[in-house]
Structure formats: structure tokens, C-alpha cells
Design a protein around this ligand. Structure first.
Ligand SMILES: [Zn+2]
Length: 214
């Protein structure tokens, strides 16, 4: 089953966007976080069978899921009037970064920062690498926020190669512990991803890698 497989609109739950046979409405356990999580979803991702953004959004009441291509600034994208770019960080697009540590925060000048406790929110671009790349360049305000680079040794549950990146929900799960969120939140994000998306869709055949990488 291709990871790019789309759900037919007539067969998708209007609320959770999952296939009606896999509707997760009312089944998700949610976990409050101090950290705001802003997910910018490419419109073509919304009905992808393997998309994890809506699940992450339902698990994290302090998250915001926005579907679109561009927004004029962080305040408009997040809907938070007090949002300051200097207190937010975007998860890196996959680059040539040779990262030794599992987590590294950089400021907008690419200088590494040791203390991430000042961060109020994180931004994740949800889509294929190509889509995320285009979202990045359509939203120049993203250059004004800090950046987080992840180097996760644990292979994605989607069976993709490590280099191919993580599902959105996995990226969030691997980031939150470094922002002083309880590990139970991350464990539940990964477990619910397994239960609600991976297990129902796994057919034994290795899905083709796709997705936004960090
Ligand atoms: Zn539903």
C-alpha cells in the first residue's frame, strides 16, 4: 500500500479525515502540553491515508492545525496575537546537517543554543519533502524563528529508511521531551500513531518513503 494513497473524500470522516472505517473521533486520549504546536499542513496532505497531523492535533489540545500554502506571519498562521518569532522554533527540513546530538536548537543565525526552555511553540510542516520545501519558501517569516534539528536513530514506524524522515506525529513526539514535556506525552503520541494509523493500514508490504523530514 502506497504511503501516498489518498482517502476518497466521500469515505472520509468530516472531522478526523480518517476513512470512516478508521474514524478516531472520541477515541483519542489527549494530553495537555505547555508547548504550543503549530502544524502547517499542505492541502494535498489532508486526505492521505498515512497522514498523522490530525491525530497529533486531537491528542494535543494545545496544538493548532492549519491547512494552506502560505500565511503572512506567525501571528496569522498560529492565530496567537502574542506569538513572537523569537520564542518559536521550526523543525528543520532535512538538510546536509551533520548532527551528532539527537536534538539541537539553533537561533535564526544558525548558532547552536543549549537552553530550549524559552520556547513557547514549535512549528511543523506537514507534507511530502517537496511540499514542505515549497511551504518553507512561501512563508519567509519562517526564517525569523529558531530551528530545531532532530537526529532520531529510531526508525520510523512507517518502515521508511531513517534518511527518509519521520511522520509528523513522530517528529513532534521526539521533540517534546527536549522542551520539558513529560515523556508520557511522547509515548502516547507514538502509541496512538501505532494503534490508529500504522496497525490498521499495515499490509506487510513496505510502504514507499515519502514525507516531510526533519
Ligand atoms: Zn472521525
Amino acid at each position: 500500500m502506497s504511503q501516498n494513497q489518498k482517502i476518497n473524500k466521500t469515505e472520509a470522516c468530516p472531522d478526523c479525515s480518517r476513512p470512516l472505517s478508521q474514524c478516531i473521533c472520541g477515541k483519542v486520549a489527549s494530553f495537555p502540553t505547555k508547548t504550543r504546536v503549530l502544524i502547517l499542513q499542505h492541502p494535498q496532505e489532508k486526505l492521505k491515508l498515512w497522514n498523522s497531523a490530525r491525530l497529533a492535533n486531537l491528542i494535543l489540545p494545545n496544538s493548532i492545525l492549519r491547512v494552506g500554502l502560505s500565511w503572512p506571519n506567525l501571528k496569522k498562521a498560529s492565530g496567537i496575537e502574542t506569538a513572537e518569532p523569537s520564542k518559536w522554533a521550526a523543525l528543520y527540513l532535512k538538510g546536509n546537517h551533520k548532527l551528532e546530538k539527537p536534538f539541537q536548537l539553533f537561533n535564526r543565525k544558525e548558532e547552536p543554543l543549549e537552553d530550549a526552555s524559552f520556547l513557547q511553540g514549535i512549528i511543523i510542516l506537514d507534507g511530502s519533502w517537496k511540499q514542505a520545501h515549497s511551504t518553507w519558501w512561501r512563508n519567509p517569516w519562517l526564517l525569523r524563528v529558531n530551528r530545531i534539528a532532530l537526529n532520531v536513530n529510531q526508525a520510523s514506524k512507517r518502515n521508511q529508511a531513517k534518511e527518509a524522515g519521520l511522520a509528523t506525529i513522530e517528529s513532534i513526539a521526539h521533540t517534546l521531551p527536549y522542551l520539558n514535556e513529560p515523556t508520557s506525552v511522547s509515548e502516547s503520541l507514538l502509541q496512538q500513531y501505532q494503534d490508529f494509523i500504522v496497525t490498521p493500514n499495515r499490509t506487510g508490504r513496505k510502504p514507499k518513503p515519502f514525507s516531510y523530514s526533519v
